[in-house]
Design a protein around this ligand. Structure first.
Ligand SMILES: Nc1ncnc2c1ncn2[C@@H]1O[C@H](COP(=O)(O)OP(=O)(O)OP(=O)(O)O)[C@@H](O)[C@H]1O
Length: 301
């Protein structure tokens, strides 16, 4: 189990990745504590897969620094064993049976937990003799999750794990993921376009847009620090300059803003409400897409 003084699961300092002239990540800073289920969200091409590939050591940064569990990604065999990765499309070997996947996992991973793997395979109803090529998308995802988890990693990384699954299979997969994370005492990062999934399982959020981290933090803290403020048009100019206006729109005689502030001092004519995770994410994405309304001020974050 992680200790309070254990190094962060992910620490990025000025992390930048370019593919030729294309910038996939630029000057990213992250400091994610252990024991979290981290949702990595952002539009297509935002840099999510690039960040996960960097974390797995599948590619190297162009500039900056990344540490995973306190060490460079894939630093050595021992470090590789501490991280389980399920790539997009949950790849499996079509010609291998379910049981052969487990045998291969046992051969390749010194910390392999065969009884965990067999128990999970039985729980999700996979036939050990079935060839993986004949499995449904949901079954393939369950097999890939089982193989990654039976390594007993400290960190599980998933790139859009449930994208191809129907709602029922997705629900089952996410339930399993949460069970694994708590059984292993592990951390997990999953990228997803499905904000409802992120809301369901994640307690830490990273919003990545246009190659940059827009916001990151514990979901509970982010929800506590963001507010929806509705006020008569023009009155939001009275917001304290240290309040960060993430997004604002005007309808008729009213203005509606999503703001970030630990403490708000609203006027009596204002309505202040909590925001939901989905609204928070969409507001940051809209701001990054260049829509008008955001006001970035020196809020010291
Ligand atoms: N191997 C590569 N060669 C060249 N450009 C790449 C490569 N991989 C990613 N890119 C580019 O880097 C940017 C970020 O891509 P990335 O796949 O990390 O985004 P993403 O957020 O995972 O997108 P999606 O949600 O569509 O999967 C995109 O502009 C993409 O075209």
């Amino acid at each position: 189990m992680p200790h309070d003084d254990s190094p962060p699961v992910l620490r990025a300092e000025g992390l930048t990745k370019r593919y030729g002239s294309r910038t996939a990540l630029t000057d990213c800073h992250l400091n994610v504590p252990r024991g979290r289920v981290i949702g990595l969200v952002g539009p297509n091409g935002a840099g999510k897969s690039t960040l996960l590939n960097l974390a797995c050591g599948l590619t190297a940064p162009t500039a900056g620094r990344l540490r995973v569990l306190g060490a460079p990604p894939a630093a050595d065999a021992a470090h590789l064993a501490r991280v389980g990765f399920v790539a997009q499309d949950t790849p499996v070997y079509a010609g291998f049976t379910v049981a052969e996947h487990l045998r291969m996992g046992a051969k390749l991973n010194p910390s392999w937990d065969q009884s965990l793997a067999e128990r999970r395979i039985a729980q999700v109803g996979l036939n050990p003799a079935q060839k993986a090529g004949g499995l449904s998308g949901g079954q393939r995802a369950q097999l890939a999750l089982t193989v990654a988890a039976a390594k007993r990693p400290e960190l599980l990384i998933f790139d859009e794990p449930a994208a191809a699954l129907d709602p029922l299979a997705r629900n089952g997969f996410l339930q399993n993921l949460m069970e694994f994370v708590s059984e292993l005492g592990a951390s997990a990062i999953l990228s997803s376009h499905l904000l409802s999934d992120v809301e369901l399982v994640c307690d830490y959020l990273i919003v990545l847009c246009d190659a940059r981290v827009q916001v990151a933090g514990d979901v509970a803290d982010l929800l506590a620090d963001h507010h929806r403020v509705v006020a008569p048009r023009g009155e939001l100019d009275l917001l304290h300059p240290r309040v960060e206006v993430v997004g604002m729109e005007h309808t008729g005689r009213y203005s509606r803003a999503v703001v970030r502030a630990e403490r708000l001092l609203p006027e009596p004519s204002w309505t202040v409400e909590p925001v939901r995770l989905e609204e928070l994410v969409l507001t940051y994405m809209t701001r990054a897409a260049g829509a008008p309304g955001g006001r970035l001020v020196g809020a010291g974050r």
